[in-house]
Design a protein around this ligand. Structure first.
Ligand SMILES: *[C@@H]1O[C@H](CO)[C@@H](O)[C@H](O)[C@H]1NC(C)=O
Ligand SMILES: *[C@@H]1O[C@H](CO)[C@@H](O)[C@H](O)[C@H]1NC(C)=O
Ligand SMILES: *[C@@H]1O[C@H](CO)[C@@H](O)[C@H](O)[C@H]1NC(C)=O
Ligand SMILES: *[C@@H]1O[C@H](CO)[C@@H](O)[C@H](O)[C@H]1NC(C)=O
Ligand SMILES: *[C@@H]1O[C@H](CO)[C@@H](O)[C@H](O)[C@H]1NC(C)=O
Length: 402
């Protein structure tokens, strides 16, 4: 009987202790620490170095608490050797009043009017910078156009083709390129979340311009200027969208036999593409903006590769041309001035694998395995395809594309 009492007594005491412990633990836990814990459990998460993780845990617990936060612009980290830094610190750009006198301007669609009114505003201040990203030699810099609300796409990319790593001594680094939220109501909350995301991953570049479709060219010229300032030792750049499948290993294989010093610009190249004149099309261009019948050859903006030195020359050339609302066409115009021909390659499918959207080819992992870039995959599809391609896939033959 006393044995029974002892057991009950022990059990009650232990339960009581357990309840207290759990309560204390819960109270002491910041929400950020809770999120951090979840993240660690995720088997798909890339593994940052241990020390970094501890640092992050420490910093994140204070992240949400600090009310008056310093502006996230990073001024430090610029070494003696890289005394250059982003030199645009204020936005002082008003609408170009010259157009108010022009008749054809009044007949334009509002989005083109807005584009033209602010076309001369070339550079904006940086909100989030990472001057250290290119320190040392970077073999492949992956840069991804993204918008503030699409956190899930960035997450999927970090887990798949955007993983930073070193392959046989070749360092791969990844950055996301962003403007500000295009909708007023999204701005405050999403900005805070983006700052937090950057706090954890340190892979965001953000400039103070609206992330709209026509401002994609701004993103292009801002990136080129940034690269020119901070990245002297980047061998190759992959630039693409956040809804594509990319095979970094195939890209490395493709780049293996490329010689230093030859201009490389490769992707899904369109030759003699015609400006679209149908108003309902996303890519419609009024002839007041472009009156030639063909565009110069250009690579689809979904994903292309260029070499570092060429990117620097593209930066200089871009400053001599007026901005064009379609970013990949604009780069084609710059290449034309430089007399560099973009090279088309079978492994880049930025306009889809086959025209027919329902075709099985669009879901065939053996096909993806032999590609460099394929448009278009959203996060769940991307994660699934990535796992399939990296599983023990039995394909009848490796498609001979590389
Ligand atoms: C902005 O530019 C205008 C005209 O270029 C000038 O008059 C004005 O003082 C500038 N404002 C600031 C805050 O720099
Ligand atoms: C407006 O026109 C004047 C005179 O042609 C020119 O000097 C000025 O640069 C133009 N403004 C802009 C913003 O392009
Ligand atoms: C591009 O961004 C600037 C700065 O935020 C803004 O003033 C302009 O209206 C935007 N242009 C378009 C076409 O959205
Ligand atoms: C095409 O546009 C250019 C520059 O805007 C202009 O100089 C030229 O006269 C235009 N050509 C035709 C055929 O409209
Ligand atoms: C894949 O195949 C290799 C060798 O055939 C085997 O060692 C490995 O365990 C397999 N992996 C999976 C995930 O099945």
């Amino acid at each position: 009987m006393s044995q029974w009492k002892k057991t009950i007594y022990k059990t009650v005491c232990l339960s009581f202790l357990l309840v207290i412990t759990v309560t204390v633990l819960q109270r002491g836990m910041a929400p950020s620490q809770f999120m951090q814990g979840q993240e660690q459990k995720d088997p798909l998460s890339p593994e940052p170095p241990k020390t970094q993780k501890r640092d992050t845990a420490f910093l994140t617990s204070t992240f949400w608490k600090t009310k008056k936060e310093k502006a996230p612009v990073e001024k430090e980290g610029v070494t003696e050797k890289h005394a250059k830094s982003w030199d645009v610190t204020t936005t002082n750009c008003s609408a170009n009043q010259n157009f108010s006198k022009v008749d054809w301007f009044k007949g334009l669609e509002p989005n083109f009017q807005q584009f033209l009114l602010y076309r001369h505003c070339r550079y904006f201040p940086m909100l989030i910078n990472h001057p250290e990203k290119c320190s040392g030699d970077v073999y492949l810099l992956i840069v991804v156009k993204s918008i503030i609300t699409q956190h899930d796409r960035r997450e999927a990319i970090r887990r798949t083709w955007g993983q930073e790593k070193e392959v046989e001594g070749k360092r791969i680094r990844t950055l996301f390129l962003l403007g500000t939220a295009s909708k007023e109501e999204e701005r405050v909350n999403y900005q805070k979340l983006l700052d937090y995301e950057n706090h954890i991953y340190g892979d965001i570049l953000q400039w103070d311009f609206l992330d709209s479709f026509f401002n994609l060219t701004l993103k292009e010229v801002h990136f080129l200027k940034w690269l020119n300032i901070y990245c002297d030792n980047v061998r190759y750049i992959f630039k693409g969208d956040d809804d594509v499948f990319v095979s970094p290993s195939n890209i490395l294989e493709f780049l293996e036999d490329k010689k230093e010093g030859e201009d490389l610009f490769v992707g899904d190249v369109l030759y003699k593409a015609k400006p679209i004149r149908k108003k309902e099309n996303k890519y419609y261009i009024p002839s007041a903006l472009y009156n030639k019948s063909n565009y110069p050859p250009y690579a689809g903006g979904g994903g292309f590769i260029m070499d570092g030195p060429l990117a620097k020359r593209l930066h200089k050339t871009s400053e001599t041309l007026e901005l064009y609302p379609i970013d990949d066409v604009f780069l084609g115009m710059c290449l034309e001035v430089l007399k560099v021909s973009p090279i088309g390659h079978e492994g880049f499918k930025t306009f889809g694998i086959v025209k027919n959207k329902n075709s099985k080819m669009n879901k065939e992992p053996c096909f993806f395995r032999s590609m460099l870039v394929v448009h278009k995959l959203l996060p769940p599809e991307l994660l699934q395809m990535w796992n399939l391609v990296h599983s023990n896939l039995t394909c009848s033959r490796k498609l001979n594309i590389l």
